[in-house]
Structure formats: C-alpha cells, structure tokens
Design a protein around this ligand. Structure first.
Ligand SMILES: *Cc1c(COP(=O)(O)O)cnc(C)c1O
Length: 401
C-alpha cells in the first residue's frame, strides 16, 4: 500500500470530495509495544474502540495476543483477522447462541458475567453433546465501580454491587477452575487514582467472598491526549495498579490484566474533512455526528484540528462545525481553533480519531464513505514518543508537530 508522507500530500494528490481516514500503523505499533513492555501484566485490546482488521494485525504483530470482544460479530471478525489470538468475551449480557458459537466454534473460554442468570446461560451454552459441563471455563465477575474520574462513564450499566459480589463470586467459583474479577473505571480516566479506588472495592469483594481469585482485570479507561485533556504519564497508572494489585488477597500466581481500547487505538487515525460552507464562526464540513465525529457532537469532545492550507494568514479563532446530514443534531460545538480566514473548499485534519472515531461512522443520509490511506508522519499528539528529555513531562505534549 502506498504511504503518503502526511495529510497535505493526500489532498494534493486526491483533492477528495469525501472525508478520508488517515492511518498511522507506526503509531499503533508503538502503543502496543508500550503496553506489552510496560504494563505489569497482560494487555488485551478492546476491539470495540476500532475493529479495523489492519489495526488488529498491527497490534498482534507487536505483541498483543489477547482481545476483548463484546459481540458475536466482534468474535467472528477478530477470529478471522487473527486465527491464533486468544479471545475473551467481556460483555456481561450475551445471548445463549452467541456464547455457544463463541465457545464451540471459535475457542473462546473466557467470559464475563455480573448476574447468576448470566452464569447459568454460560454454563448451559458451553455444555458438550453429551450434556457434560465444560471443564475449561475461565470466568470473570464484573464489579460495579465509580466512574467519577473518567470523562465518559461506564458505571451505571454493568457490574454487580459490592454487597452482592461475594455471593456471586462463590457461586461462579463452583463452575470454573479459574476465576477473575474485572471492572471498568470509565473511559479516559484522567487520574491513576480511579484504579486505586476500584481495586479497593475488589479487595472488599474478595474478602467478603473468601474464594481463591486467579486473576484481576483492571479493564480499560487508560487515557489518550486531547486539547485540554492532558493526562499524567501512563507509567504512573501502571505503577499504582501494580502496587495495589500486589496487596490484594489473591492466589500467589494470580494474573493481572488490562483491556485498553482508547489508549491503543487513538493515535492510529486522523481524518481529512473539507469545509463546504462558512457562516460566520460556523463551518459546514463533510463529516460529523453520524460519522467519525460522534463524540465531538454527543459529548462535546474537542479533537485537535489543523488547517491543511498554506495560504491562511489570520490568527486562530474559535469555530464550531456542522456535519453534512440534514438535522440540527449534526453539530459539533468545539470550540475548534483554526485560522480566522478559513473558507469553503479548505481542508482540515482532525486528529486523534483512531479510537471511537473511525469506528463510529454510519451511512446515515448517504454520507458514510471514507477512503482510508496510510500516512507516515506523527499523530497530532502522542503518549508514546519516547524521545523526551524529561520522561515525566514532554511525553505528554499536545501538538508535537
Ligand atoms: C469499552 C471497554 C473497554 C475499553 O475501554 P477504553 O476506555 O477505550 O480503554 C475495555 N473493557 C470493556 C469491558 C469495555 O466495555
């Protein structure tokens, strides 16, 4: 595949009418190696952040062997892209048919649950032809934890309350030789303390259950870097998790897992959009709420932007974006900082869209097409450059270009 040096080279060559997704394989490879080398346990990739088969293969080639899948379609897709990967079905609510196919046809042994009903479903669906119960299940009980330190909550939907966790852990233990506890602190957790608080809850659940725990999975939530959202270095998260994990009352050989989605995928992609019309400080662009900019519209996420024209002279001003569909909801408030003289037909690069960006595109209203090309330059920001002088600060600089 042809690799362009950067976004400017792409627009010069293609003058695209449609948005274009720019992928940076080197950035995803670097993120994968960072987790593989520095996280003090096993790192699973949460496929929902970006299920692109190319990305899956890059992560695999750089040492990510386990994948967190949440639907039977993700099981099939990941199995297809990575025949040898270990797949873990981490959605606490699954259909019996999905569990059956995952276990019997795709070799999935690891399942998450947060109710006794789900446990019964898993046990039933994994029986063999003679009706004998599976002997090789690896089960995780998902604990409900706070999302107060995360930008996007995952607290209210899944996870068993601490008060009921002990009993579910004891019941689950009777059906598997390998029992884990997992949680998710919410996406884009801005402080390592989020994990401390959650691990304290794990400790309480284990103490209450009085069962042997073989694994603790601290979930996703590891941050990436966006305007006004500069997290501490990931090493700080890893240190804190490691320390608190070792203090838990668990089997001496218990494993530590994590399931990053955003942190592994965010730097992989950016997006070229074109301004189709300008109305004051509002730019009408050709991607939006139903495209890769879902989070910009629905939770006001401020992705970094750069104008790709070299004839713009005015100082930066604050703009908001309208997407291409016909409804008012297709609006991204921003503010996005762009040269004051930006105008129709100018191109813009929107950065850090590898996680929950390109994966969110729909075909609504006929706007869904986006060619994908590879580029060689750096993402607009990175947690993984490794070329810093002071490892604590310059690793986290926004707009490294
Ligand atoms: C979404 C999700 C992840 C990934 O979360 P990030 O915040 O992207 O790291 C991991 N585990 C589970 C169970 C999830 O639902």
């Amino acid at each position: 595949m042809h690799i362009y040096p950067d976004a400017t080279a792409v627009i010069r060559d293609l003058s695209p009418d449609e948005p274009i997704i720019l992928n940076r394989p080197h950035a995803a490879a670097r993120a994968a190696r960072f987790f593989v080398e520095k996280f003090p346990g096993k790192s699973l990739y949460a496929v929902k952040a970006n299920p692109s088969p190319e990305l899956l293969q890059i992560l695999w080639a750089n040492g990510i062997t386990h994948y967190d899948v949440a639907s039977i379609a993700e099981v099939r897709l990941t199995r297809n892209a990575l025949p040898e990967a270990t797949l873990c079905f981490m959605h606490p609510v699954k259909t019996k048919r999905a569990i059956r196919e995952a276990y019997h046809e795709h070799g999935v042994k690891t399942f998450t649950l947060d109710t006794v009903e789900e446990l019964e479903k898993i046990v039933e669906a994994c029986r063999d032809d003679t009706g004998a119960a599976a002997q090789d299940l690896r089960l995780l009980v998902r604990l409900r934890v706070s999302s107060e330190y995360a930008e996007l909550s995952l607290a209210s939907k899944f996870g068993i309350d601490l008060a009921d966790a002990g009993e579910l852990l004891r019941t689950t233990r009777q059906h598997c030789d390998w029992l884990g506890v997992c949680f998710h602190v919410g996406s884009q957790a801005m402080t390592p303390f989020a994990y401390v608080q959650a691990l304290e809850r794990v400790r309480a659940a284990i103490a209450d259950a009085s069962v042997v725990i073989d694994m603790v999975d601290v979930g996703g939530g590891f941050p990436s870097i966006y305007p006004d959202m500069e997290p501490p270095p990931l090493e700080d998260y890893f240190d804190v998790i490691h320390r608190h994990f070792y203090e838990l009352p668990i089997a001496y050989n218990a494993e530590l897992w994590c399931e990053p989605g955003r942190a592994l995928a965010a730097e992989y992609s950016s997006l070229i959009v074109r301004v189709e019309k300008r109305r004051g400080e509002e730019l009408y662009i050709n991607d939006g709420a139903y495209g890769a900019l879902y989070d910009a519209a629905h939770v006001g996420w401020r992705f970094p932007v750069e104008a790709l024209e070299d004839d713009l002279r005015d100082p930066p001003e604050e703009f908001s974006f309208f997407g291409p569909t016909c409804d008012d909801a297709d609006f991204m408030k921003g503010p996005f900082l762009l040269p004051g003289d930006i105008k129709a037909d100018d191109y813009i690069e929107v950065g850090m869209l590898g996680a929950y960006g390109s994966a969110m595109k729909t075909g609504f209203n006929g706007f869904g097409d986006a060619e994908q090309v590879n580029v060689a330059n750096e993402p607009m920001a990175s947690l993984y450059r490794g070329d810093r002088i002071d490892a604590r600060e310059s690793d986290n600089v926004v707009s490294l270009r």
